[in-house]
Design a protein around this ligand. Structure first.
Ligand code: GAP
Length: 437
Protein backbone atom coordinates (compact mmCIF):
# COMPACT_ATOMS: atom_id res chain seq x y z
CA UNK A 1 0.00 0.00 0.00
CA UNK A 2 2.90 2.35 0.77
CA UNK A 3 4.27 1.81 -2.74
CA UNK A 4 0.86 2.54 -4.24
CA UNK A 5 0.29 5.73 -2.24
CA UNK A 6 3.81 6.91 -3.17
CA UNK A 7 3.13 6.17 -6.84
CA UNK A 8 -0.27 7.90 -6.61
CA UNK A 9 1.45 11.07 -5.41
CA UNK A 10 4.53 10.88 -7.66
CA UNK A 11 2.55 10.41 -10.84
CA UNK A 12 -0.31 12.74 -9.96
CA UNK A 13 -3.18 10.40 -9.19
CA UNK A 14 -4.09 11.40 -5.64
CA UNK A 15 -2.85 14.10 -3.26
CA UNK A 16 -3.80 14.84 0.30
CA UNK A 17 -6.18 17.78 0.40
CA UNK A 18 -4.68 21.12 1.50
CA UNK A 19 -1.28 19.49 1.84
CA UNK A 20 0.59 22.80 2.21
CA UNK A 21 -1.38 23.44 5.43
CA UNK A 22 -0.64 20.02 6.82
CA UNK A 23 -3.61 18.29 5.20
CA UNK A 24 -7.12 17.71 6.52
CA UNK A 25 -8.22 14.28 7.67
CA UNK A 26 -10.55 12.39 5.37
CA UNK A 27 -10.25 14.61 2.29
CA UNK A 28 -8.24 14.00 -0.89
CA UNK A 29 -7.61 15.69 -4.22
CA UNK A 30 -7.31 13.93 -7.55
CA UNK A 31 -4.34 15.02 -9.66
CA UNK A 32 -4.41 15.16 -13.47
CA UNK A 33 -4.20 11.38 -13.93
CA UNK A 34 -6.40 10.59 -10.94
CA UNK A 35 -9.10 12.94 -12.20
CA UNK A 36 -9.02 11.12 -15.54
CA UNK A 37 -9.06 7.70 -13.91
CA UNK A 38 -12.00 8.55 -11.67
CA UNK A 39 -13.88 10.14 -14.56
CA UNK A 40 -13.32 7.01 -16.65
CA UNK A 41 -14.58 4.80 -13.80
CA UNK A 42 -17.69 6.97 -13.46
CA UNK A 43 -18.21 7.00 -17.23
CA UNK A 44 -17.90 3.20 -17.32
CA UNK A 45 -20.59 2.95 -14.64
CA UNK A 46 -22.84 5.50 -16.38
CA UNK A 47 -22.39 3.89 -19.79
CA UNK A 48 -23.41 0.45 -18.52
CA UNK A 49 -26.09 1.51 -16.05
CA UNK A 50 -27.77 4.30 -18.02
CA UNK A 51 -26.71 4.74 -21.64
CA UNK A 52 -26.80 1.10 -22.70
CA UNK A 53 -30.22 0.50 -21.13
CA UNK A 54 -33.66 1.65 -22.14
CA UNK A 55 -35.09 1.20 -18.65
CA UNK A 56 -32.85 3.60 -16.68
CA UNK A 57 -32.83 7.40 -16.72
CA UNK A 58 -30.17 9.74 -15.39
CA UNK A 59 -30.62 12.31 -12.66
CA UNK A 60 -28.65 14.94 -10.74
CA UNK A 61 -30.04 16.30 -7.47
CA UNK A 62 -28.78 18.99 -5.11
CA UNK A 63 -26.38 18.16 -2.29
CA UNK A 64 -28.36 20.15 0.26
CA UNK A 65 -31.99 19.15 0.58
CA UNK A 66 -34.87 20.07 2.86
CA UNK A 67 -33.90 18.91 6.39
CA UNK A 68 -37.10 16.87 6.61
CA UNK A 69 -35.61 14.58 3.97
CA UNK A 70 -33.21 13.27 6.59
CA UNK A 71 -35.88 12.92 9.23
CA UNK A 72 -38.00 10.81 6.88
CA UNK A 73 -35.05 8.73 5.73
CA UNK A 74 -34.11 7.91 9.32
CA UNK A 75 -30.68 9.57 9.12
CA UNK A 76 -31.39 12.15 11.85
CA UNK A 77 -32.51 9.48 14.29
CA UNK A 78 -30.26 6.60 13.39
CA UNK A 79 -27.28 7.45 11.16
CA UNK A 80 -24.91 6.97 14.05
CA UNK A 81 -21.65 5.36 14.90
CA UNK A 82 -20.81 4.55 18.51
CA UNK A 83 -17.99 6.77 19.65
CA UNK A 84 -15.66 6.57 22.63
CA UNK A 85 -13.24 9.24 23.88
CA UNK A 86 -10.04 8.76 25.78
CA UNK A 87 -10.08 11.11 28.80
CA UNK A 88 -6.30 11.04 28.91
CA UNK A 89 -5.06 11.60 25.32
CA UNK A 90 -8.38 13.05 24.07
CA UNK A 91 -8.38 10.79 21.00
CA UNK A 92 -11.65 9.51 19.59
CA UNK A 93 -12.42 6.01 18.34
CA UNK A 94 -15.25 4.09 16.78
CA UNK A 95 -16.31 1.63 19.46
CA UNK A 96 -16.74 -1.18 16.90
CA UNK A 97 -13.12 -0.67 15.76
CA UNK A 98 -11.71 -1.39 19.23
CA UNK A 99 -10.86 -4.87 20.42
CA UNK A 100 -11.51 -3.81 24.04
CA UNK A 101 -12.91 -0.80 25.88
CA UNK A 102 -10.58 -1.45 28.83
CA UNK A 103 -7.55 0.31 27.44
CA UNK A 104 -6.88 3.23 25.04
CA UNK A 105 -5.16 1.90 21.89
CA UNK A 106 -3.23 5.19 21.42
CA UNK A 107 -1.90 6.16 24.86
CA UNK A 108 -2.22 2.70 26.41
CA UNK A 109 -3.88 3.96 29.64
CA UNK A 110 -6.43 1.68 31.28
CA UNK A 111 -9.89 2.86 32.32
CA UNK A 112 -9.72 6.15 30.44
CA UNK A 113 -12.22 5.37 27.66
CA UNK A 114 -15.72 6.83 28.04
CA UNK A 115 -18.90 4.80 27.60
CA UNK A 116 -19.86 4.49 23.89
CA UNK A 117 -22.26 7.21 22.79
CA UNK A 118 -24.05 7.96 19.54
CA UNK A 119 -22.34 10.25 17.07
CA UNK A 120 -24.39 11.35 14.06
CA UNK A 121 -22.34 11.13 10.87
CA UNK A 122 -24.17 13.83 8.91
CA UNK A 123 -22.25 17.02 8.24
CA UNK A 124 -24.11 20.16 9.21
CA UNK A 125 -24.19 23.54 7.53
CA UNK A 126 -26.33 26.65 7.81
CA UNK A 127 -28.38 28.24 5.06
CA UNK A 128 -28.64 32.02 4.83
CA UNK A 129 -27.19 34.70 7.13
CA UNK A 130 -28.66 33.45 10.44
CA UNK A 131 -27.02 30.48 12.07
CA UNK A 132 -29.84 29.17 14.22
CA UNK A 133 -31.76 25.93 14.39
CA UNK A 134 -34.15 27.10 11.65
CA UNK A 135 -31.28 27.54 9.18
CA UNK A 136 -29.61 24.22 9.92
CA UNK A 137 -29.21 21.85 7.01
CA UNK A 138 -27.12 18.81 6.14
CA UNK A 139 -24.75 17.88 3.38
CA UNK A 140 -26.30 14.72 1.99
CA UNK A 141 -24.82 11.48 3.33
CA UNK A 142 -26.09 9.58 0.26
CA UNK A 143 -27.43 10.59 -3.16
CA UNK A 144 -30.38 8.18 -3.07
CA UNK A 145 -32.81 10.43 -1.17
CA UNK A 146 -32.74 13.00 -3.99
CA UNK A 147 -34.10 10.28 -6.24
CA UNK A 148 -36.84 9.16 -3.83
CA UNK A 149 -38.27 12.63 -3.22
CA UNK A 150 -38.31 13.25 -7.00
CA UNK A 151 -39.80 9.87 -7.90
CA UNK A 152 -43.07 11.34 -9.16
CA UNK A 153 -41.44 14.25 -11.04
CA UNK A 154 -39.18 11.79 -12.81
CA UNK A 155 -41.58 9.02 -13.77
CA UNK A 156 -44.12 11.54 -15.02
CA UNK A 157 -41.71 13.70 -17.01
CA UNK A 158 -39.69 10.79 -18.41
CA UNK A 159 -42.91 8.81 -19.07
CA UNK A 160 -41.57 5.70 -17.36
CA UNK A 161 -43.43 2.93 -15.62
CA UNK A 162 -42.02 0.28 -13.30
CA UNK A 163 -39.88 -1.66 -13.86
CA UNK A 164 -37.50 1.24 -14.48
CA UNK A 165 -34.54 2.81 -12.75
CA UNK A 166 -33.14 6.24 -11.87
CA UNK A 167 -29.36 6.66 -11.64
CA UNK A 168 -27.16 9.41 -10.34
CA UNK A 169 -23.52 10.00 -9.53
CA UNK A 170 -22.65 12.68 -7.03
CA UNK A 171 -20.85 13.81 -3.92
CA UNK A 172 -21.84 12.59 -0.47
CA UNK A 173 -20.47 13.59 2.91
CA UNK A 174 -20.08 11.66 6.14
CA UNK A 175 -18.32 12.90 9.23
CA UNK A 176 -16.46 9.62 9.70
CA UNK A 177 -14.92 9.26 13.16
CA UNK A 178 -11.90 7.42 11.86
CA UNK A 179 -11.25 8.10 8.18
CA UNK A 180 -8.41 6.00 6.86
CA UNK A 181 -6.86 3.53 4.49
CA UNK A 182 -6.08 6.26 1.95
CA UNK A 183 -9.26 7.08 -0.03
CA UNK A 184 -11.18 4.07 1.27
CA UNK A 185 -12.90 5.79 4.18
CA UNK A 186 -13.14 9.52 3.62
CA UNK A 187 -15.48 12.32 4.64
CA UNK A 188 -16.24 13.60 1.14
CA UNK A 189 -16.77 11.00 -1.57
CA UNK A 190 -18.75 10.21 -4.67
CA UNK A 191 -21.46 7.61 -4.93
CA UNK A 192 -23.00 6.06 -8.03
CA UNK A 193 -26.49 4.96 -7.11
CA UNK A 194 -29.16 3.18 -9.05
CA UNK A 195 -32.67 3.04 -7.65
CA UNK A 196 -34.70 0.50 -9.62
CA UNK A 197 -38.46 0.51 -9.08
CA UNK A 198 -40.45 -2.64 -9.75
CA UNK A 199 -44.15 -3.43 -9.53
CA UNK A 200 -45.25 -5.47 -6.53
CA UNK A 201 -46.19 -8.44 -8.71
CA UNK A 202 -44.02 -11.17 -7.20
CA UNK A 203 -41.20 -10.70 -9.72
CA UNK A 204 -39.04 -8.57 -7.42
CA UNK A 205 -36.54 -11.22 -6.26
CA UNK A 206 -35.56 -12.26 -9.83
CA UNK A 207 -35.01 -8.55 -10.62
CA UNK A 208 -32.83 -8.20 -7.54
CA UNK A 209 -30.83 -11.26 -8.55
CA UNK A 210 -30.46 -9.94 -12.10
CA UNK A 211 -28.97 -6.72 -10.70
CA UNK A 212 -26.48 -8.65 -8.56
CA UNK A 213 -25.46 -10.57 -11.70
CA UNK A 214 -25.22 -7.34 -13.75
CA UNK A 215 -22.96 -5.75 -11.19
CA UNK A 216 -20.78 -8.89 -11.07
CA UNK A 217 -20.46 -8.64 -14.83
CA UNK A 218 -19.46 -4.98 -14.63
CA UNK A 219 -16.51 -5.64 -12.31
CA UNK A 220 -15.45 -8.58 -14.46
CA UNK A 221 -15.74 -6.54 -17.69
CA UNK A 222 -13.38 -3.93 -16.27
CA UNK A 223 -10.85 -6.57 -15.30
CA UNK A 224 -11.09 -6.62 -11.49
CA UNK A 225 -9.43 -9.89 -10.46
CA UNK A 226 -12.11 -12.43 -9.58
CA UNK A 227 -10.08 -13.88 -6.72
CA UNK A 228 -10.00 -10.49 -4.98
CA UNK A 229 -13.73 -9.85 -5.33
CA UNK A 230 -16.57 -11.41 -3.38
CA UNK A 231 -20.31 -10.96 -3.22
CA UNK A 232 -21.36 -11.37 0.38
CA UNK A 233 -25.03 -12.20 0.83
CA UNK A 234 -26.26 -10.55 4.02
CA UNK A 235 -28.10 -12.82 6.45
CA UNK A 236 -31.39 -11.41 7.85
CA UNK A 237 -29.77 -10.25 11.11
CA UNK A 238 -27.33 -8.03 9.17
CA UNK A 239 -30.02 -6.37 7.04
CA UNK A 240 -32.36 -3.53 8.00
CA UNK A 241 -35.75 -4.92 9.08
CA UNK A 242 -37.48 -3.74 5.86
CA UNK A 243 -34.84 -5.18 3.47
CA UNK A 244 -35.78 -8.50 1.92
CA UNK A 245 -32.26 -9.20 0.60
CA UNK A 246 -28.84 -7.57 0.50
CA UNK A 247 -25.45 -8.24 -1.03
CA UNK A 248 -22.21 -6.42 -0.25
CA UNK A 249 -19.63 -6.32 -3.01
CA UNK A 250 -16.24 -6.60 -1.32
CA UNK A 251 -12.66 -6.32 -2.53
CA UNK A 252 -9.58 -7.81 -0.88
CA UNK A 253 -7.57 -4.66 -0.12
CA UNK A 254 -4.03 -4.88 1.29
CA UNK A 255 -5.58 -4.43 4.79
CA UNK A 256 -8.37 -6.99 4.27
CA UNK A 257 -11.85 -7.21 2.75
CA UNK A 258 -13.63 -3.89 2.31
CA UNK A 259 -17.02 -2.90 0.91
CA UNK A 260 -17.21 -1.35 -2.56
CA UNK A 261 -20.92 -1.43 -3.08
CA UNK A 262 -24.13 -2.48 -1.45
CA UNK A 263 -27.01 -3.98 -3.41
CA UNK A 264 -30.28 -4.09 -1.52
CA UNK A 265 -33.91 -5.06 -1.87
CA UNK A 266 -35.48 -2.23 0.14
CA UNK A 267 -39.15 -3.05 -0.27
CA UNK A 268 -41.40 0.04 -0.24
CA UNK A 269 -39.71 1.58 2.81
CA UNK A 270 -38.16 4.72 1.29
CA UNK A 271 -41.11 6.00 -0.73
CA UNK A 272 -43.50 5.25 2.12
CA UNK A 273 -41.33 7.14 4.63
CA UNK A 274 -41.37 10.26 2.42
CA UNK A 275 -45.10 9.98 1.77
CA UNK A 276 -45.75 9.79 5.47
CA UNK A 277 -43.72 12.86 6.46
CA UNK A 278 -44.45 15.06 3.45
CA UNK A 279 -48.10 14.07 3.11
CA UNK A 280 -47.51 13.93 -0.66
CA UNK A 281 -48.48 11.03 -2.86
CA UNK A 282 -45.43 9.30 -4.37
CA UNK A 283 -47.28 6.19 -5.51
CA UNK A 284 -47.14 5.14 -9.13
CA UNK A 285 -50.39 5.80 -10.95
CA UNK A 286 -50.98 3.27 -13.71
CA UNK A 287 -52.97 5.01 -16.45
CA UNK A 288 -53.93 1.73 -18.10
CA UNK A 289 -55.60 0.16 -15.07
CA UNK A 290 -56.38 3.48 -13.33
CA UNK A 291 -54.91 2.04 -10.15
CA UNK A 292 -51.95 3.04 -8.03
CA UNK A 293 -49.35 1.30 -5.94
CA UNK A 294 -46.02 1.91 -4.17
CA UNK A 295 -43.27 0.25 -6.20
CA UNK A 296 -40.65 -1.99 -4.64
CA UNK A 297 -37.11 -0.70 -4.70
CA UNK A 298 -33.90 -2.47 -5.65
CA UNK A 299 -30.81 -0.36 -4.97
CA UNK A 300 -27.23 -0.61 -6.15
CA UNK A 301 -24.99 1.88 -4.37
CA UNK A 302 -21.31 1.97 -5.29
CA UNK A 303 -18.55 4.25 -4.00
CA UNK A 304 -16.66 5.80 -6.89
CA UNK A 305 -13.60 6.70 -4.80
CA UNK A 306 -13.40 3.15 -3.48
CA UNK A 307 -13.87 1.75 -6.98
CA UNK A 308 -11.16 4.05 -8.33
CA UNK A 309 -8.84 2.96 -5.50
CA UNK A 310 -9.69 -0.65 -6.29
CA UNK A 311 -8.79 -0.14 -9.94
CA UNK A 312 -5.46 1.37 -8.88
CA UNK A 313 -4.61 -1.40 -6.42
CA UNK A 314 -5.87 -4.19 -8.65
CA UNK A 315 -3.86 -2.89 -11.61
CA UNK A 316 -0.63 -2.47 -9.66
CA UNK A 317 2.16 -4.92 -10.31
CA UNK A 318 5.83 -4.88 -9.42
CA UNK A 319 7.29 -7.15 -12.07
CA UNK A 320 10.63 -8.85 -12.56
CA UNK A 321 11.53 -9.18 -16.23
CA UNK A 322 14.09 -11.52 -17.76
CA UNK A 323 15.33 -10.20 -21.12
CA UNK A 324 16.38 -12.51 -23.99
CA UNK A 325 20.03 -12.02 -23.01
CA UNK A 326 19.21 -13.16 -19.46
CA UNK A 327 19.39 -9.65 -17.97
CA UNK A 328 16.99 -9.23 -15.06
CA UNK A 329 15.21 -5.94 -14.49
CA UNK A 330 12.25 -4.62 -12.51
CA UNK A 331 9.33 -2.52 -13.54
CA UNK A 332 6.18 -1.15 -11.95
CA UNK A 333 3.17 -1.44 -14.20
CA UNK A 334 -0.47 -0.49 -13.79
CA UNK A 335 -2.48 -2.94 -15.85
CA UNK A 336 -5.58 -0.79 -16.23
CA UNK A 337 -8.36 -1.91 -18.49
CA UNK A 338 -7.88 0.14 -21.70
CA UNK A 339 -11.25 1.84 -21.29
CA UNK A 340 -10.35 3.26 -17.89
CA UNK A 341 -6.63 3.90 -18.41
CA UNK A 342 -6.05 7.67 -18.00
CA UNK A 343 -3.81 7.72 -21.07
CA UNK A 344 -4.47 5.15 -23.78
CA UNK A 345 -1.77 5.98 -26.30
CA UNK A 346 1.59 7.69 -25.78
CA UNK A 347 3.65 8.86 -28.75
CA UNK A 348 7.40 9.53 -28.70
CA UNK A 349 10.14 10.37 -31.15
CA UNK A 350 13.23 8.15 -30.83
CA UNK A 351 15.41 11.26 -30.54
CA UNK A 352 14.24 14.63 -29.31
CA UNK A 353 16.96 16.50 -31.20
CA UNK A 354 15.74 15.29 -34.63
CA UNK A 355 13.10 17.78 -35.79
CA UNK A 356 11.62 15.48 -38.45
CA UNK A 357 11.01 12.72 -35.88
CA UNK A 358 9.62 15.17 -33.33
CA UNK A 359 7.29 16.75 -35.87
CA UNK A 360 6.11 13.39 -37.14
CA UNK A 361 5.44 12.12 -33.59
CA UNK A 362 3.60 15.30 -32.64
CA UNK A 363 1.45 15.08 -35.75
CA UNK A 364 0.58 11.46 -35.04
CA UNK A 365 -0.42 12.31 -31.47
CA UNK A 366 -2.53 15.23 -32.67
CA UNK A 367 -4.25 13.09 -35.30
CA UNK A 368 -5.10 10.37 -32.76
CA UNK A 369 -6.27 12.81 -30.04
CA UNK A 370 -9.92 13.07 -31.11
CA UNK A 371 -10.34 9.29 -30.88
CA UNK A 372 -8.11 8.27 -27.95
CA UNK A 373 -6.72 9.73 -24.73
CA UNK A 374 -3.23 10.51 -25.93
CA UNK A 375 -0.01 12.00 -24.63
CA UNK A 376 3.11 13.20 -26.45
CA UNK A 377 6.40 12.80 -24.60
CA UNK A 378 10.10 12.82 -25.39
CA UNK A 379 13.36 11.89 -23.67
CA UNK A 380 15.32 8.79 -22.78
CA UNK A 381 13.55 5.79 -24.35
CA UNK A 382 13.84 3.51 -21.32
CA UNK A 383 12.49 6.22 -19.02
CA UNK A 384 9.64 7.02 -21.41
CA UNK A 385 8.46 3.41 -21.34
CA UNK A 386 8.95 3.21 -17.58
CA UNK A 387 6.86 6.31 -17.01
CA UNK A 388 4.02 5.08 -19.25
CA UNK A 389 4.06 1.63 -17.60
CA UNK A 390 3.75 3.33 -14.24
CA UNK A 391 0.68 5.29 -15.30
CA UNK A 392 -0.83 2.28 -17.07
CA UNK A 393 -0.77 3.39 -20.72
CA UNK A 394 -1.72 0.34 -22.81
CA UNK A 395 0.01 1.38 -26.07
CA UNK A 396 3.18 3.36 -26.77
CA UNK A 397 4.10 4.49 -30.28
CA UNK A 398 7.72 5.09 -31.17
CA UNK A 399 8.60 7.14 -34.23
CA UNK A 400 12.10 6.13 -35.35
CA UNK A 401 14.45 6.84 -38.26
CA UNK A 402 12.90 4.09 -40.35
CA UNK A 403 9.46 5.75 -39.92
CA UNK A 404 10.66 8.65 -42.05
CA UNK A 405 11.42 6.21 -44.90
CA UNK A 406 8.59 3.68 -44.67
CA UNK A 407 5.87 5.67 -42.86
CA UNK A 408 5.46 2.89 -40.26
CA UNK A 409 5.85 3.15 -36.47
CA UNK A 410 6.50 0.73 -33.61
CA UNK A 411 3.63 0.08 -31.21
CA UNK A 412 4.62 -1.43 -27.88
CA UNK A 413 2.11 -3.31 -25.77
CA UNK A 414 2.22 -2.45 -22.05
CA UNK A 415 1.51 -5.95 -20.75
CA UNK A 416 3.48 -8.23 -23.06
CA UNK A 417 6.02 -5.53 -24.01
CA UNK A 418 5.82 -6.97 -27.53
CA UNK A 419 6.32 -4.55 -30.40
CA UNK A 420 4.42 -4.42 -33.68
CA UNK A 421 5.34 -2.47 -36.76
CA UNK A 422 2.21 -0.66 -37.98
CA UNK A 423 1.72 1.50 -41.08
CA UNK A 424 0.81 5.04 -40.09
CA UNK A 425 -2.45 4.99 -42.07
CA UNK A 426 -3.50 1.79 -40.23
CA UNK A 427 -2.73 3.14 -36.76
CA UNK A 428 -6.20 4.36 -35.80
CA UNK A 429 -7.93 1.10 -36.68
CA UNK A 430 -5.12 -0.96 -35.10
CA UNK A 431 -5.44 1.02 -31.85
CA UNK A 432 -9.24 0.93 -31.88
CA UNK A 433 -9.09 -2.84 -31.96
CA UNK A 434 -6.39 -3.08 -29.30
CA UNK A 435 -8.13 -0.65 -26.94
CA UNK A 436 -11.67 -1.90 -27.28
CA UNK A 437 -11.10 -4.16 -24.25
N1 GAP B 1 -27.85 4.55 -0.36
C1 GAP B 1 -27.20 3.43 0.21
C2 GAP B 1 -25.90 3.76 0.78
O1 GAP B 1 -25.47 4.91 0.84
P1 GAP B 1 -23.85 2.65 1.94
O2 GAP B 1 -23.49 1.20 2.06
O3 GAP B 1 -23.90 3.47 3.19
O4 GAP B 1 -25.24 2.66 1.18
C3 GAP B 1 -22.71 2.88 -0.38
O5 GAP B 1 -22.85 3.36 0.92
C4 GAP B 1 -21.27 2.95 -0.81
O6 GAP B 1 -20.76 4.28 -0.65
C5 GAP B 1 -20.32 2.07 -0.01
O7 GAP B 1 -20.36 0.73 -0.43
C6 GAP B 1 -19.00 2.73 -0.29
O8 GAP B 1 -18.46 2.30 -1.51
C7 GAP B 1 -19.36 4.19 -0.40
N2 GAP B 1 -19.04 4.87 0.87
C8 GAP B 1 -19.78 4.92 1.99
N3 GAP B 1 -19.15 5.61 2.96
C9 GAP B 1 -17.95 5.97 2.45
C10 GAP B 1 -16.82 6.70 2.95
N4 GAP B 1 -16.81 7.22 4.18
N5 GAP B 1 -15.75 6.88 2.14
C11 GAP B 1 -15.75 6.40 0.88
N6 GAP B 1 -16.79 5.71 0.36
C12 GAP B 1 -17.88 5.51 1.12
Amino acid sequence: MEEITALAKRRGFIFQSSEIYGGIGGFFDYGPLGALLKRNVKDAWWREMVELRDDVVGFDSSIIMHPNTWIASGHVAAFHDKLVDCRNCKHRFRADHLATLEKCPDCGMSGTLTEPRNFNLMMKTAIGPMEDSASQAYLRPETAQGIFVNFKNIYQSARKRPPFGIAQIGKSFRNEITPGNFTFRVREFEQAELEYFVPDDGNDMPVYEAWVAARKQWYSDYGVRAERLRFYELPPQERPHYARAGTDVEYLFPWGWGELESIAHRGTYDLEAHMQLSGKDLMFFDEASKSKYTPILIESSAGMDRTTLTMLIDAYEHETIAADDGKISQRVVLRFHPRIAPVQVAVFPLARNKPDLVERAQNIEKALRPRFRTQYDEGNVGQLYRRQDEIGTPCCIMVDFQSVDDGAVTVRDRDSMKQDRVAQDQLASYLAQRLSG
